[in-house]
Design a protein around this ligand. Structure first.
Ligand SMILES: *[C@@H]1O[C@H](CO)[C@@H](O)[C@H](O)[C@H]1NC(C)=O
Ligand SMILES: *[C@@H]1O[C@H](CO)[C@@H](O)[C@H](O)[C@H]1NC(C)=O
Length: 330
């Protein structure tokens, strides 16, 4: 813009000088041209800065909108297994810490024991508790799991009621958060068999109206959709370990939520899922740079093991945005 205007101005000035010096045209005509050149130059000088600053301002607003736009509709802060930076994951202590930090949402790992009890427990945590890196919830019965929990608890010298059932966990948290995610773990020996029914019966018993059920198993998610049309269901998008490719983005009509492995999330993915009226929940986001990226991409929820870190980052960005004069609902 600057180059064009100065070039045109210079050329016009050059022409009029030659005309003035050549005496070959009537003076009235060349002074008219000179006058016109001056007017055009003045117009450029007058118009250029406002246009330049208009674009600069627009660019500034675009950058600000990307940084601050999420403030109009902040994502849910979801504590993965409670606040597992302060207590053993999926214990009542971990949930209490998360509630005290006023998280919006808690994700509970749901595993079924051999005798059909749903525990808030991940195989990984069972292996930590038992010291046996191959043990699985599905092979143990309720009393064995509880005993392991009690042994571990006394070894840690903690009062935490280790290994709550899903029912106990829901009774504690569901009334105090906006959303509970039940992350259903499917494993041997009984896999999906009867699992949707077992989960739905706990949801009903605890009258959990804000429960969302998701699972890496599509067949389990479909079972839940089939058996309860009023319960929110999600499916998972991740890198399929057997193929190395991303699983299909759109593959379950009845699901309201898509839980996406966070490195896969970009503007396009969010646009496609939002275009189909599906909410995007990012998991499991534990470092501050990824947290910030998820805010900028405008996901609907961020699942994290460190909810207070995410809350602090959100508060800091909010303060910066307000200081920079960001106004809501742009
Ligand atoms: C499990 O633990 C045993 C003994 O400590 C070790 O040899 C084995 O490699 C471990 N397996 C896995 C899958 O971590
Ligand atoms: C570890 O767990 C596996 C599977 O549950 C079991 O077969 C094995 O006996 C256990 N090992 C020990 C040392 O308890």
């Amino acid at each position: 813009m600057a180059m064009i205007s100065s070039k045109v101005g210079r050329r016009a000035l050059f022409h009029s000088q030659r005309n003035v010096g050549g005496f070959s045209f009537p003076v009235r005509l060349s002074s008219k041209r000179l006058f016109r050149t001056i007017i055009i130059s003045l117009a450029f000088i007058a118009l250029f800065p406002p246009i330049f600053f208009h674009f600069r301002l627009r660019r500034f607003h675009q950058i600000q909108l990307r940084k601050c736009g999420w403030l109009n509709n902040p994502p849910l802060v979801c504590a993965h297994g409670g606040d597992s930076t302060k207590a053993f994951p999926n214990t009542m202590d971990a949930y209490e810490f998360a509630l005290r930090s006023q998280v919006d949402c808690i994700e509970i790992d749901v595993s079924r024991s051999l005798d059909g009890v749903l525990f808030a427990l991940h195989d990984r945590d069972l292996q930590r508790i038992s010291g046996n890196n191959t043990s699985k919830v599905g092979y143990l019965i309720e009393t064995q799991i509880k005993e392991l929990g009690i042994d571990y608890q006394s070894a840690l010298k903690s009062d935490a009621g280790i290994v709550p059932t899903v029912e106990d966990a829901l009774k504690l948290i569901s009334g105090s958060v906006r959303q509970v995610i039940l992350d259903a773990k499917v494993g041997p020996p009984s896999y999906e068999k009867g699992l949707a029914k077992d989960i739905l019966s706990v949801v009903e018993r605890t009258q959990c109206k804000n429960c969302l059920v998701w699972a890496k198993s599509d067949s389990l998610a479909r079972d839940v959709i089939k058996q309860a049309s009023d319960v929110m269901v999600g499916y998972i998008v991740m890198i399929d370990p057997s193929t190395g490719f991303r699983t299909n983005l759109l593959r379950m009509k009845g699901a309201d939520v898509v839980g996406v492995y966070h490195p896969l999330i970009d503007e396009k993915l969010v646009r496609i899922l939002h275009g189909r009226n599906k909410k995007v929940y990012a998991w499991t986001v534990d470092d501050v740079n990824s947290m910030q990226k998820m805010l900028f991409e405008r996901v609907d929820a961020v699942v994290t093991s460190n909810p207070t870190l995410l809350q602090r980052r959100m508060q800091d960005i909010r303060t910066e945005c307000l200081e920079e004069g960001f106004s809501f609902s742009q």
